[in-house]
Design a protein around this ligand. Structure first.
Ligand code: C2E
Ligand code: MG
Ligand code: MG
Length: 509
């Protein structure tokens, strides 16, 4: 362990303060004696003077030891603050939190009263920090920790256990609320935007929960398990929470394998692009192709993007992979008809990097395709991370003549006001609405509303995940412009993705 010493209490300073306390006590004692006895002091017998001097020495020793222990106390407090408390937030640090978990584990084993450990992590905090700068990043962490404190019962232990990660130890007895309701309320509150000195910052959170003693009593194991639950929650989407389940260990092993294999896979050239056609509903003609990445592993076969794209985003591998996708798609565009575009999915992480616009410019130049033949699919989440920056990037893309589609529209933010400020050309209705359109009237209403909204904004609509003719007919009736889905064509390597015949969809009667 690192040796932490109080810089204000150097050995010399200690010696001086202890010595000064001793001599000071001696002098004060002598002065008190003189004041009390006056002239009688000089005529005292030798034994009495000896006893007085011994008493004064004892007093000096007591003064010195008091100073010594005060120094020890102050240094102990200093060392505790240095090593156990997180300087930025004033919350417990990771080491201290592990200690508190151990204490709680001992107590819960004795009493049988459950204690929950809640692991709260800011999604992609590193990227937020890089994008907004460390000063704003610190401000964000402080604001989150303050909100966390304000929204938890008094006396609950809270720690900051990673750069953007917090842990809460919540004994069941400290709250009347069921744990799921408390966690949901907490997530909702903590995900409300934070007013920083320069801008309003949104964050997404993922939460993992373990219960002691059920899920163990070893602090390190508990932290690992709460983190497994957290990863599970993150994979399920924005603002989710999950309670640890034993099977999550296997998922984590797979995740670790993916993480360790991605780099080799990239160098080995395992990735390929498949293309899925997008049909104009009025003419039936193909107007574009969405490029979808595929990982063909030599031993494990095809690995779907949802299993590795989020991990690539977290590990930073998305930068080279995303760049490769963009280059490959633009070069492939030369092999498809001139009146069709390629739509490329852009990860949130990639979209917000400083280099992104320059990369797009270079790729367009190198491939020689007209900018209008490139469409970028960006999610709402990407745009909401830093609205001003996102708006500037979109404006630049628009000026370059590149079209942007808001992917998975309807699944992210409920606040639609951003649509007015952002220059984009298409709303892509998420497949979850299309899948429910036939059975569920409200999904149909959502689709019609999105179409109406896009018309008001002067942009187009495309629906994804169209699997049958009924859905296509309903979408046409709703006024949707373009459709994409298994009914029209599955994602396939480029040479198979281009059917000869247009696919017509009947009108709704
Ligand atoms: P997405 O961009 O929303 O892509 C649509 C997904 O729906 C694709 O899944 C596609 O194969 C699937 N799909 C298409 N038609 C149908 C249908 O009729 N029914 C159903 N149920 N699904 C349909 P895929 O290829 O597994 O990709 C999943 C997600 O992975 C994509 O969602 C996108 O977010 C991400 N992704 C794919 N390729 C890339 C890429 O090159 N870069 C990045 N950053 N993300 C990618
Ligand atoms: Mg897409
Ligand atoms: Mg989508």
């Amino acid at each position: 362990m690192q040796d932490t010493r109080n810089p204000t209490r150097t050995p010399l300073f200690r010696l001086l303060t202890i010595g000064a306390a001793g001599v000071g006590s001696f002098i004060i004692g002598l002065w008190g004696l003189r004041m009390g006895m006056g002239a009688h002091l000089a005529v005292l017998p030798a034994e009495v003077i000896g006893a007085v001097i011994a008493a004064l020495c004892a007093l000096a020793a007591a003064g010195s030891s008091l100073s010594f222990f005060a120094g020890v106390d102050e240094s102990a407090g200093y060392v505790f603050r240095e090593t156990q408390v997180d300087k930025l937030t004033g919350l417990l640090g990771r080491a201290a939190m592990i200690g508190k978990i151990a204490e709680a584990a001992v107590a819960t084993s004795r009493t049988g009263q459950p204690v929950f450990m809640i692991d709260i992590d800011i999604d992609r905090f590193k990227h937020i920090n890089d994008a907004i700068g460390y000063t704003q990043g610190d401000e964000l962490i402080k604001s989150i920790s303050l909100r966390l404190r304000e929204n938890l019962p008094q006396g609950v232990e809270i720690g900051r256990i990673g750069a953007g990660e917090f842990a809460v130890l919540l004994p069941d007895s400290k709250t009347d609320e069921p744990i799921d309701r408390l966690v949901e309320r907490l997530i909702e509150t903590l995900m409300k935007p934070y007013q920083l000195s320069t801008h309003l910052q949104s964050v997404n959170l993922s939460v993992g929960i373990v219960a002691m003693p059920k899920d163990g009593t070893d602090p390190v194991l508990l932290l690992r398990r709460s983190n497994l639950a957290l990863q599970h929650a993150r994979a399920a989407g924005i603002g989710n929470w999950a309670v640890f389940q034993p099977h999550m260990g296997q998922v984590a092993d797979h995740r670790q394998w993916v993480e360790s294999e991605l780099h080799t896979a990239f160098l080995r050239g395992d990735f390929e692009l498949h293309y899925q056609p997008q049909h104009d509903l009025m003419t039936g003609k193909i107007v574009g192709y969405e490029a979808l990445i595929r990982w063909r592993h030599p031993e494990r076969g095809m690995i779907p993007p949802m299993e590795f794209v989020p991990i690539a985003e977290e590990t930073g591998m998305i930068a080279p992979i995303g760049e490769w996708v963009l280059r490959r798609a633009c070069s492939d565009a030369r092999a498809i008809p001139d009146d069709c575009y390629v739509a490329v999915n852009i990860s949130t992480v990639q979209f917000m990097t400083k280099e992104f616009l320059q990369l797009v410019r270079n790729v367009i130049k190198e491939s020689g395709i007209a900018p209008r033949r490139l469409e970028l699919e960006v999610t709402e989440t990407a745009m909401m991370q830093d609205k001003e920056r996102a708006a500037a990037i979109l404006k630049e893309l628009s000026a370059m003549g590149i079209s942007v589609a808001v992917d998975d529209f309807g699944t992210g933010y409920s606040n639609l006001s951003y649509l007015i400020d952002f220059p984009f050309q298409k709303l892509k209705i998420d497949k979850s609405f299309v899948a429910r359109m036939e059975q569920d009237a409200s999904s149909g209403a959502v689709v019609s509303t999105i179409v109406g909204l896009s018309r008001a904004l002067g942009v187009h609509t495309i629906a994804e995940g169209v699997e049958n003719e009924t859905q296509a007919t309903l979408l046409k009736a709703a006024g949707c412009d373009v459709v994409q889905g298994f009914y029209f064509g599955r994602p396939q390597p480029l040479m198979f993705a281009q059917p000869e015949q247009p696919k017509r969809v009947a009108n709704y009667h």
